[in-house]
Write a protein that binds this ligand. Sequence first.
Ligand SMILES: Nc1ncnc2c1ncn2[C@@H]1O[C@H](COP(=O)(O)OP(=O)(O)OP(=O)(O)O)[C@@H](O)[C@H]1O
Length: 304
Amino acid sequence: MLCLETTDLCHRYSAGEAVLHDIALAVPHASIYGFLGPNGAGKTTTLRLLLGLIRKQRGTISIFGRHLDEHRVEILRQVGSLIETPSLYEHLTAAENLALLQRIHRVPAARIAEVLERVGLAATRDKRAGQFSLGMKQRLGIAAAMLHRPALLILDEPTNGLDPNGIIEMRDLLIALNREEGTTVLVSSHLLAEVERLVSHVGIVHRGRLLFQGTLDALRRESQSAAHVSLHTADDGHALRLLADAGVPARCGSAGLVLPAMPPPHIAAINRRLVEQGVEVYAIGAQGGDLESIFMNLIGSRAA
Ligand SMILES: Nc1ncnc2c1ncn2[C@@H]1O[C@H](COP(=O)(O)OP(=O)(O)OP(=O)(O)O)[C@@H](O)[C@H]1O
């Protein structure tokens, strides 16, 4: 079952070029969905459209099985969000900031202590938000977003500006929310490595187009099939003949020879054999078996 679905989502800022082209997101219920892409890919624009913060020009948006156009208020009541920097009153304390929202959402006052505890700010509840570090502000922003127990959390680069420890804490918090409260989380990032241990599903966007969407496992399988060994020698023609004699399939690539993925001892054996046969080996090594490579390949293949 899908928690959020878009079809044909397009966007153009005033007279500029289109920045989103036919985005079809499918965010499963109770998933943690990583919306990934480099700077300027269109992540924030998409998330703003999902929250009704900018006017939709084309396409459809359904959340909890209902069209956002027709059920905007009821839908957004069950959504929590943090887009770019959290909007906080700097002269108010953490607890006072949340108390304002608690009255708007009409949730029990006890919920404030609960969410502050959840994000690790219970001890600093009476400190002014203006004195908070970036990481603390980010955590207070998440506390505000989750105050009314939303069924869907939409977070735009929540790890931006956090140190490695802060990134791990954010990850643990989102995993706990997802597992313990069943919250669906849609989180954007420009770094796959940062969300790799957090997300169950991935959408990769580049230049306003969705290049991949599926489970993290499906992305892993793609990266495995993209794995290969690259070989660069002083005489690739000679190397190709020697490899054929040894029964190793190889082909000419744009930068040397491309061989199928193989275990490291086999790579070492091929290297030895070529050198023994008088071929100078400049470089040999495994390529592209990791997620980051498939991410970069996907983006790079559309770079032109
Ligand atoms: N208010 C705006 N007016 C005009 N163009 C905009 C506006 N906001 C964003 N853009 C452009 O739209 C494109 C997509 O930007 P967007 O902020 O959605 O990307 P992003 O993936 O969130 O990038 P980042 O990680 O840098 O925030 C970019 O080319 C950007 O310059």
